[in-house]
Design a protein around this ligand. Sequence first.
Ligand code: UT7
Length: 332
Amino acid sequence: MNTITAAITAVGAYVPDFVLSNKVLETLVDTNDEWITTRTGIKERRILKDDTKGTSFLAIKAAENLIAKNNINPAEIDLVLLGTTTPDMPVAATAVYVASQIGAVNAFAYDLQAACSSFLYGMSTAAAYIESGRYKKILLIGADKMSSIIDYTDRATCIIFGDGAGAVLFEPNHEGLGFQDEFLRSDGVGREFLKIEAGGSLLPASKETVENKQHYVFQDGKTVFKYAVSGMADVSEKIMQRNNLTKEDVNWLVAHQANKRIIDATANRMGLDESKVLVNIQKYGNTTSATLPLLLNDFEKQFKKGDNLIFAAFGGGFTWGSIYMKWAYDKQ
Ligand code: UT7
């Protein structure tokens, strides 16, 4: 076959050591382990405790993990793409610093921001560059230090999010494996329901915005939940239909880990058996841009060459979509 497809050929990840359990959250806000577990599926999340370190620290660790595990020469990487909602700084793309720190000296680099869909959209971008024949090695990282934008007195958000990072390498494939199809959506209605109000051009930082706590994530959970359930299920069903995939054909659902009930609703619509649905939300919570690569890293050994993977995500904006990919390697 002459056509180039874009395949994931390596995976890496990093989560910080500090574990924030539901039990500890019970001491911070009016909540309890039973409520969090049944409503979200989350038991604990990881937090980067060091105030001197930002998202770049997590991203570098994940990239270094991928490089070391797979014996990659970082000088051969053409592009470092970082999906993140929590860049180190508003100006000076975090990806550029990450690329330099990992020795990707011949790469260009930039950040991609689409809230919880950043990594999914990044997969689309990376795949398009590879399929065009223009670049041969693209490192896509999803990393977020969500604890830097969470108000730990707000029970509507602090129980959900965690810090983490994951990375994948995209390379050309000549066997038809890797990226097959995508269905990506967005709708600006979402920005009222999930946002950080201040710190951007619309409402620059001021004494008042700090006092009003407008630099933290605000979420109207119930509304976002409704959009997320229908959005993620719709696009996942759509991509199956468009590619004539039956529930038997799908080997794995790799879905954004925001709420176990949203993942279950998507799997139900697709008719998938529970054993095909990847879940690690209980360990990490919602790590925003890192959920998909953290799943790939945790379950990599179970994937077989040729397996059909459906990726799905939903995030602020709103942004959402699904990607169909054929896995390209067996892990020894
Ligand atoms: O990743 C980006 C996209 N984000 C998402 O997909 C998140 C979508 N939203 C959600 O996952 C859910 O809406 C939440 C987990 C945020 C909230 O779950 P919910 O089932 O929608 O709860 P709710 O907001 O409808 O609240 C139900 C009840 C309320 O009490 P009443 O009014 O029924 O007496 C809340 O006050 O639960 C109460 N509640 C809590 N109780 C204990 C809300 N938050 C908590 C809490 N602990 N942390």
